[in-house]
Ligand binder design. Structure first.
Ligand code: PLP
Length: 383
């Protein structure tokens, strides 16, 4: 196993959101979704080189980066796009919000799965849209959208579905059949879809692969805003470089219109890091995936041995969605923080029966977190 991911990088004093939350308290931060790994050497070198140039004026989208994205979509997904289809963004959350504003009108309904990454539920409201949530259901230890519930929830004001693939939280990777069934509902009901695929390079389960929903056919492609980024994969979220792929000219123009004068361009260091990541980061990511897979397997085994906790197989992402309902805790986030582990409360994602744990960290940190969680739960058990 690759030792570089075992390295404990001290992030305290670096204005890290993750590590500043708990100040000097002895709480392991396992919440916000960045990893504690250093980015690939190729990314760090490219940034050094750009910094050494010493001039940091306004920048254009580098042609090379568009070309890398086009080649990537072709080689990974056999999806043919052109550089006109790509809209660069400083973040994916801003892409979700723009999608809500670009489709339909004030008062229309945006559908979101639940549980889900919180901005899926806030973006519609911030965009003067109603939000309607549709539950995920468990099918053979795999989370999936309840398509019957989705169809039943539709009204004549429904315009847009926010979709997350791989899904956060839970890490579900949607299968081809699921994507086809969802696409046919979207087409049949004249809806649009914004597909957040930020975790697409983090597939852990052997035999599974990512499929962008827009890549499965022309008709669904015309109705899709796909959002992707190198940020999660290469741990460069702080550099703010993401993109939307919108193949339909009119939809793309609507999206571009609502960003005008409000959303800034991506900064040049973000572009620099993205080029290096996509050009030379694949081997590094394969090593990272091997490491994360071992973390996942360890976590899966250990969590399921703790009374009252349950963890279904995680197909993708470094985010574990732990069912804590059996532990009967009144304030789970506080309980685990008292135990020295800072996780994201499931309540924020729409289900208080869960906690989300970020396992994108050195194994030794994960082992310590498990030791603390186990001790706290065992302590709580009736004598
Ligand atoms: C599904 C999903 N979308 C978007 C984001 C955040 O994207 P950004 O930081 O680029 O706004 C996250 C981060 O956790 C995420 O999990």
């Amino acid at each position: 196993m690759d030792k570089k991911f075992d390295r404990q990088v001290n992030r305290k004093g670096t204005a890290s959101q993750k590590w500043e939350k708990y100040g000097d308290s002895d709480i392991l931060p396992m919440w916000v979704a960045d990893t504690d790994f250093m980015s690939p050497p190729s990314v760090i070198e490219a940034l050094h080189e750009r910094i050494d140039h010493g001039v940091f004026g306004y920048t254009n989208v580098p042609t090379e980066l568009n070309q890398l994205v086009i080649e990537r979509m072709q080689s990974l997904y056999q999806w043919q796009i052109s550089s006109d289809d790509i809209v660069w963004l400083p973040g994916l959350v801003c892409g979700l919000n723009l999608a809500c504003r670009a489709v339909g009108a004030s008062g229309d309904t945006v559908i979101s799965p639940k549980p889900v990454y919180p901005p899926f539920m806030s973006a519609p409201r911030l965009s003067d849209r109603e939000v309607c949530t549709v539950p995920l259901k468990e099918n053979n230890q795999h989370f999936t959208i309840d398509l019957d519930a989705l169809e039943k929830s539709l009204t004549d004001r429904s315009r847009l579905l926010l979709f997350c693939n791989p899904h956060n939280p839970g890490g579900a990777v949607y299968r081809q059949e699921e994507l086809e069934a969802l696409a046919s509902i979207i087409i049949q009901h004249d809806l649009y879809i914004c597909s957040d695929e930020i975790h697409c390079d983090l597939i852990l389960e052997a035999g599974l692969q990512h499929t962008p929903i827009a890549s499965i056919g022309e008709e669904i492609s015309r109705r899709t805003i796909t959002l992707m980024a190198p940020s999660k994969t290469y741990n460069i979220a702080g550099l703010g470089c993401s993109f939307a792929i919108i193949t339909d000219k009119q939809l793309r123009q609507q999206f571009i219109n609502v960003r005008k004068g409000i959303v800034p361009d991506v900064n040049l260091l973000g572009y620099t890091a993205a080029i290096a990541a996509y050009k030379a980061g694949d081997e590094w990511n394969q090593q990272q995936l091997d490491y994360l897979r071992e973390n996942r397997d360890y976590l899966q085994r250990e969590i399921n041995l703790i009374p009252g906790l349950k963890l279904l197989p995680i197909e993708a992402t470094y985010l574990a969605w732990i069912d804590i309902s059996g532990a009967k805790l009144t304030n789970p986030a506080h309980f685990f923080e008292q135990a020295g582990v800072g996780m994201s409360p499931g309540r924020d994602f729409g289900d208080a029966n869960y906690m989300r744990l970020n396992f994108g960290c050195p194994r030794s940190t994960l082992e310590e977190a498990i030791r603390r969680i186990k001790a706290a739960i065992i302590n709580e058990l009736p004598a």
